[in-house]
Design a protein around this ligand. Structure first.
Ligand SMILES: *Cc1c(COP(=O)(O)O)cnc(C)c1O
Length: 372
């Protein structure tokens, strides 16, 4: 009875939270706009790179982005429902395109194969706005150059149902920050665009670059740059310091002194070398903490960075706090923009031998999203 009462009255801990910083997203859009005269598409696929698609989109539009980009046309419904009115492009559509819904949501569709274009033309009830997607050199989506003439022939034949408004490509090597690595793709893009114009379409919105190209190579900008990672503070080229747009926090759920020689976590992979204190933080690999981490990984608690010790569990990690016991409910910061004791997303990527994108898009569904 007493135990039940005690748990019922226990203070509620702060749930794991990913806070998206609107001011950082806005500053990052402004930084991109300094680098280009082209229009800016805010790419908010994968739920805004894990940060919340509507939150990131709204902040980007407020800072002067003109377009929104998503992978799947169905993702546009959420953006429209939130009252966002900007033009939207969807370019992969793994679950197919509901042509009527796309028209209703005013979504432009990128089409990268003759077969997809035929299907879309067959399904269209109202004219669908289409961006023809050419493979500019990565063999990962986009119409092979050999099929481009056939794609244009099909598009011409479906002019009552297909309105060609854009041409897109994608850069495979822009993160090298070396314009010569993009030159072949830029040339393919120009040839593809010229063929579309010769086929009688136009005016066209031409777009090739994502974040790296936008920040490092003006020859890739054409009419529009598609920026996703950059919105949330990730420059894949590693050449521009953008503003970290997120802070991941969770509560200390347990903290205690332990003796030297204490085995920590599954498999006892860590044994305390001396007397110390451990804190358990309430998030784990189900929440996006990578299970394979190099030594040095840590979180900030009380203004100091403390190492993660032992195995990462499904919903908890253990931190060696060097003798300090923190009250239950103390906030641990997993990553954030401030630097110093607070790890960055880039540091997490290094510890997990991955790229920052997988860290932010891996944040699990239990983590509450909020916007500041
Ligand atoms: C994801 C994606 C982008 C955005 O790339 P970032 O490097 O995150 O800016 C742009 N275009 C296409 C086709 C994409 O798939």
């Amino acid at each position: 009875m007493t135990a039940v009462l005690a748990s019922a009255t226990a203070s509620r801990l702060q749930a794991p939270t990913l806070l998206t910083l609107g001011s950082a997203v806005r500053a990052n859009v402004e930084r991109v706009r300094e680098a280009t005269d082209a229009r800016v598409m805010a790419v908010v696929k994968a739920d805004g790179y894990g940060h919340g698609a509507v939150a990131v989109a709204a902040a980007a539009l407020a800072a002067g982005a003109d377009w929104l980009g998503v992978t799947d046309a169905a993702d546009a419904a959420e953006l429209r429902a939130a009252g966002l009115d900007a033009p939207i492009l969807a370019w992969l559509n793994p679950s197919g395109v509901d042509a009527a819904q796309a028209a209703a949501d005013r979504v432009d569709i990128a089409v990268g194969s003759v077969e997809e274009l035929r299907q879309l033309a067959a399904d269209a009830v109202a004219p669908v706005r289409v961006h023809l997607h050419v493979d500019t050199g990565m063999a990962r989506g986009g119409c092979p150059v050999e099929d481009w003439a056939e794609l244009l022939r099909v598009a011409r034949g479906a002019r009552d149902r297909i309105e060609v408004v854009g041409v897109m490509g994608h850069l495979p090597r822009a993160d090298e920050a070396d314009p010569s690595a993009n030159a072949a793709a830029v040339l393919r893009m120009r040839h593809a665009r010229d063929a579309v114009l010769r086929a009688g379409f136009g005016p066209l919105l031409v777009h090739l670059a994502a974040t790296s190209g936008a920040l490092t190579d003006p020859s890739t900008h054409f009419d529009l740059v598609r920026v996703g990672a950059g919105l949330v503070g990730i420059d894949p080229s590693g050449t521009v310091a953008l503003h970290g747009a997120s802070r991941l926090t969770a509560a200390v759920v347990h903290s205690a002194h332990v003796r030297a020689g204490t085995e920590v976590g599954y498999g006892a992979t860590y044994v305390t070398p001396h007397d110390t204190a451990l804190s358990v933080v309430g998030l784990g690999y189900a929440d996006g903490i990578p299970r394979e981490l190099e030594e040095g990984a840590g979180v900030e608690i009380g203004g100091t960075r403390h190492p993660i010790v032992g195995r990462v569990s499904m919903d908890q990690i253990v931190v060696d706090t060097g003798g300090v016991v923190f009250p239950r409910g103390t906030t641990a910061t997993v990553f954030g923009p401030e630097g110093g004791a607070v790890p960055s997303v880039q540091e997490w990527a290094r510890w997990a031998r991955t790229i920052p994108h997988t860290i932010v898009t891996g944040i699990g569904p239990r983590v509450q999203r909020s916007m500041a």
